[in-house]
Design a protein. Sequence first.
Length: 285
Amino acid sequence: MFQVNPSPLKNQLGDRVVLSLGGGAARGFAHIGVIRALEEAGIEIAAIAGCSIGSVVGGVYAAGGLDDYEQAVRGLSRRDVLGMLDVSLPRGGLFTGDKMARFVQKFIGDQLIEDLALPYAAVAVDLGSGAEMWLKNGSLLTAIRASSAIPGIFRPILVGKRWLADGGLACPLPLEAAGALSDLPIVAVDLNAIESDRGAGPLPPPDPSAATPSNPGFTNALGSGLAIVCNHLTQAHVAQNPPALLLQPKLVNHGLFDVSAVDEVIRLGHQAVTEAAQSDPAQPA
């Protein structure tokens, strides 16, 4: 099983931390590995703020259902996930999200956020005003659904006469929400870091020896586009609100909608913590 040397991280962070779990669809299973590694290092998770899939994993953990949830998602097939997509055209999104909600509900029940064992916030966006909303009370399932409602893909969720959608539209990595829960050190998990050898600038000349890439198709184009937007937004938020520890699991080879490598994605989340324990704390892991 995984092993983590607890001393470097505990020296850096202390015994208790707040988690800021970012959005990233299927990449979000890396959050499970991060949580497991922190537990193994003897670091208590005292509060959680989550966006999109981060709200799901964080909410399941706060509700005490992570063991069963992890076992279930490790067994998911592409066919299982497709079976959860319930078409809803033309009512706000391609899918209602009802079946996925029932899947999550098996692990959290009907709990209220205020009854959880630790402070929790799910980050969503008000489609009417564009404001970032922190859901810190009421139905945990409703908060998760709102935080995860990718516009055009899943129906927005009506909460208190506001139509709410995926928090990643405004804040893919909920650092401010995490800071509002506690003044403990924040461990932030960014799922959309992009390694590039080029910054902004003019289009470079084509390489005559390079093959023409194939058309990415709808799913890959949508996933890559969302990841790029989230990456740029996250960089801005981190610059304004740097966490005590920024974890960036190496997920570039795993698409946002690819559930074919859950075990590997969980392992990469765990690995990010392991590497952080062995690296310069000023650098992302």
